[in-house]
Design a protein around this ligand. Structure first.
Ligand SMILES: *Cc1c(COP(=O)(O)O)cnc(C)c1O
Length: 432
């Protein structure tokens, strides 16, 4: 199976986190987001333990909230002692509502408004990850007014493309995020920050990309960042305390995606960092990473009920479901791959090639194409889409005035609602 928390029961049903998806669909209705709480917690622990073991005390993973943000997830992150990264006042607000202590929160975004900056400081955010000089000016101004020294990391672009897996600096130097090392802007912004009296430069951040499987992307990024740190030490006497290497490893959406051994990967990154620090003659900084997808991705599954099945002889078959791009826009956005199962007929052969499509007035409202399902697929069957824990609920919309599905958490053989299903009244809540 695509993930270790998915299995097939003797009744031919898909089981997720040990629970029968047909029973869950009957109890909570569809479309339905399921999240395996135990897997989320165990993924956090794998990262945390690997960081402690290979990078030492102080180093820790930060959950990238944008992957899936709602109150319960922040409670879990708090209980698991994870740091978090946030990108908006809304994510900060949600974390606060969950009682998350913002000391270990890092505020990203390439364009924080003045309002965001002051909201974050009013709530004692631990760190800003500053993208550009304009933002640093605004942070300095706000910090001065409050008479505080605000801790901050600088987001830099090391010039690595993780997907073509080449050091094509141009490809990444022109990113909308951060300051490039290659152009001298990183040096400039570091010098500028060190001259501010209400900002404490805590270190540097980079994010080379998401869904990373390529062998040594993090190692290469780390080495470039450490070289830069050594240069800043030489030029300005600045000692880097924290180095944040950005988003986490990839997850399996389809069988051709590899399983990632996070502990092993982290140990390899640690070895490269140790070597690099030794040869550069610098202390190893605290290391952070910001996994989102690899914490929650495989912990998620979405259940849908099949409606119309349409066959266009000689062309194509369509299986329509009761959700679609409003709850999962990722195929429409980036043609993302997903594994789709006919959850109530797993004992049948899959010989019917089809596109699984949503219910919206939009031809691009597709969950997946070229899916193989049993020939008998019909109205009332249940489709399970795997690995939907990341960037589904957090990207969901009300397009076509469709209410968002609930999030049901699965834990120890129990299930509970963490986010309730939107109602018709919710749809008009803000309409005057
Ligand atoms: C998106 C993002 C992440 C999380 O990436 P994942 O692939 O979900 O692990 C972390 N850091 C930054 C800056 C990001 O933009």
């Amino acid at each position: 199976m695509i993930a270790k928390n998915i299995s097939i029961g003797e009744n031919g049903h898909v089981y997720f986190a040990g629970q029968d998806t047909i029973v869950l669909a009957q109890e909570y209705g569809t479309p339905l987001y399921l999240l395996d709480e135990e897997m989320i917690r165990s993924n956090c622990r794998v990262y945390k333990n690997a960081f402690k073991k290979h990078f030492g005390e102080g180093s820790c993973p930060l959950y990238a909230s944008k992957a899936n943000a709602f109150k319960r997830i922040f409670e879990i992150m708090s209980e698991e002692e994870m740091g978090i990264d946030v990108v908006s006042s809304g994510e900060i607000y949600t974390a606060l509502q969950a009682g998350y202590d913002l000391k270990k929160a890092y505020f990203h975004s390439n364009n924080k408004t003045d309002k965001d900056i002051s909201y974050a400081m009013d709530n004692n955010i631990g760190y800003f990850v500053a993208d550009n000089i304009e933002e640093i000016k605004a942070i300095e101004r706000e910090a001065e007014q409050r008479g505080i020294k605000q801790k901050l990391l600088l987001r830099l672009t090391p010039g690595i493309d993780p997907h073509t897996y080449e050091a094509v600096s141009t490809g990444k130097v022109d990113s909308k995020f951060g300051s490039a090392i290659e152009t001298g802007q990183a040096d400039e912004i570091t010098r500028y920050t060190l001259n501010q009296s209400h900002i404490e430069l805590a270190g540097f951040h980079c994010h080379v990309g998401s869904q990373v499987f390529a062998e040594d992307v993090f190692e290469r990024a780390a080495v470039i960042m450490l070289k830069f740190s050594a240069e800043m030490k030489r030029k300005y006497g600045y000692i880097t305390q924290q180095l944040d290497l950005g988003g986490g490893y990839g997850v399996r959406y389809v069988d051709s995606d590899p399983f990632m051994d996070v502990d092993k990967k982290v140990s390899e990154v640690a070895a490269a960092i140790t070597d690099s620090c030794n040869s550069l003659g610098i202390e190893m900084p605290e290391i952070h990473m910001e996994p989102g997808r690899s914490i929650v991705g495989a912990a998620g599954m979405t259940l849908y009920t099949v409606g119309t099945v349409k066959t266009i002889p000689g062309y194509k078959n369509y299986v329509s479901i009761d959700g679609g791009m409003p709850d999962n826009p990722r195929y429409a956005l980036y043609k993302s791959s997903y594994t789709c199962l006919l959850a109530n007929k797993m004992q049948e052969d899959c010989d019917f090639k089809c596109s699984i499509v949503g219910r919206c007035c939009e031809s691009g409202d597709i969950i997946q194409e070229n899916v193989m399902l049993p020939q008998s697929v019909t109205r009332g069957d249940l489709v399970a889409v795997c690995t939907t824990g990341a960037y589904n609920y957090s990207m969901a919309s009300n397009y076509n005035r469709i209410p968002r599905p609930p999030i049901v958490m699965l834990c120890d053989g129990r299930s509970y609602v963490a986010v309730r299903r939107e109602s018709m009244e919710d749809l008009c809540r803000n309409d005057l």
